[in-house]
Write a protein that binds this ligand. Structure first.
Ligand SMILES: Cc1cc2nc3c(=O)[nH]c(=O)nc-3n(C[C@H](O)[C@H](O)[C@H](O)COP(=O)(O)OP(=O)(O)OC[C@H]3O[C@@H](n4cnc5c(N)ncnc54)[C@H](O)[C@@H]3O)c2cc1C
Ligand code: SF4
Ligand code: SF4
Ligand code: SF4
Length: 353
């Protein structure tokens, strides 16, 4: 007679579980980490979301690599910053906060705020600190469709400068940079959820490729929300905007601006585009990108400048080296500026539901 099992076997957490628990509940942010992590390449991104297109071997990797599944906040703070945040740190672990901008006029004019991210990337490439930068460009065949790009020169960085408010599967860009281009030491740029995906790729044990191990520094963009491609394909054409004329998008002070050079093509209240926002953003409280080495946004600093939060020791060293080398000018953020950043982060944490 066989022994009766006292407990039911736990079913493996496979892609179907991810679909049920994350994608179908509107929690998927489109980072692409599940797709990039699958050891048998059974997944593909389709219309901004992951889909099964191959044969699953039930390894559970996609499930545990998802940043929206059990993100171990405290453990990662210990790993990244050597300590957990204190109760008096409302925007995560912080070493120093600056107001900064690129010294290059070209980087400033092509950047969204002060061009500090492009300047920092340029320094990291030119100094040989990294051999590539995973950034977000646009598909040359599809106006303003955001895609991950591997940048290795100032020319690439300038082409990819500017904020893309739509979704790009940045983790696929990282996988390509390592697998197809043999890059060994990268800088990775992303919004909070993308940096969380990167951290899973670096530290989560259910892993096969460990793409994230090749990333030396993570630059996180502040992010209040991102939008589905429908904003480009439906909303803007309905407003009479020809995407081929657009040179820049900017969300600031509660308004969505669309530019062609210095000309404003559209200035709309954010409420008007709210229907195009990812639903996963309503459950995200990570405006200031709390798991990046360096977080960068516009909020808290004057127009044409960036707010830069230094979080890790490596991030602090690299940012200060870029300032020292003349790529970036920086001074301590004002008290009012810092309060504005804390207020923005608090607003999002309150909105999270
Ligand atoms: C979806 C989204 C929402 C944002 N919301 C806010 C906000 O509410 N408040 C705020 O202060 N700042 C916000 N930001 C950040 C801000 O728009 C600027 O990106 C940031 O201040 C850096 O400016 P910069 O002048 O240094 O940019 P740049 O010098 O132009 O550098 C930006 C770099 O980021 C890369 N990049 C652009 N878009 C993406 C993307 N979607 N994913 C990954 N990499 C990307 C570019 O390729 C470039 O390398 C948001 C950014 C994004 C992507
Ligand atoms: S093989 Fe593994 S990673 Fe790929 S879909 Fe199946 S469970 Fe997910
Ligand atoms: S959030 Fe990222 S990892 Fe999770 S299901 Fe969506 S694309 Fe996959
Ligand atoms: S609000 Fe959060 S989930 Fe949405 S794109 Fe920004 S970081 Fe990702």
């Amino acid at each position: 007679m066989s022994l009766k099992l006292l407990t039911k076997p736990v079913p493996p957490k496979v892609f179907g579980t991810l679909l049920t628990n994350i994608v179908k509940k509107g929690l998927c942010c489109g980072c692409g980490n599940c797709v990039a992590a699958c050891p048998v390449m059974a997944l593909t991104m389709k219309e901004e979301m992951p889909a099964m297109t191959g044969i699953c071997v039930t390894c559970e990797i996609c499930y545990y690599q998802c940043p929206k599944v059990d993100f171990p906040y405290e453990r990662y703070e210990e790993i990244l910053f050597g300590r957990r945040r204190r109760n008096d740190e409302p925007i995560g672990v912080v070493r120093e906060v600056y107001t900064a901008r690129a010294t290059s006029e070209e980087f400033r004019s092509r950047g969204t705020d002060g061009g500090a991210v492009t300047a920092l990337l340029s320094y990291l490439l030119k100094s040989g600190t990294v051999d590539g930068a995973v950034v977000c460009g646009v598909d040359p065949k599809d106006y303003w469709k955001a895609i991950p790009i591997l940048a290795v020169s100032d020319k690439d960085l300038i082409e990819a400068a500017g904020t893309k408010y739509t979704s790009a599967p940045m983790m696929l860009g990282l996988a390509e940079a390592v697998r197809d281009h043999g890059k060994e030491s990268l800088v990775f740029v992303g919004t909070g959820c993308r940096i969380e995906a990167l951290r899973k790729s670096q530290f989560e044990e259910k892993n096969y490729y460990w793409w994230g191990k090749r990333v030396k520094v993570a630059i996180g963009l502040f992010c209040f929300e991102s939008f589905h491609d429908k904003i480009l394909r439906e909303y803007l054409p309905a407003k009479g905007i020809n995407l081929s004329e657009v040179s820049k998008f900017h969300i600031t002070k509660g308004r969505f601006f669309v530019y062609s050079g210095n000309r404003i093509l559209l200035k709309a209240p954010l409420k008007e585009v709210a229907q195009y926002a990812f639903s996963s953003c309503s459950t995200c409280a990570n405006v200031t990108n709390e798991y990046a080495d360096i977080s960068v946004g516009g909020a808290g600093s004057p127009d044409g400048w960036n707010t830069v939060i230094l979080r890790s020791e490596a991030g602090e060293k690299l940012f200060k080296a870029a300032v020292e080398a003349g790529f970036i000018e920086a001074s301590a953020i004002s008290n009012e500026g810092l309060e504005a950043v804390i207020k923005l982060a608090g607003l999002k944490k309150k909105k999270e539901h």
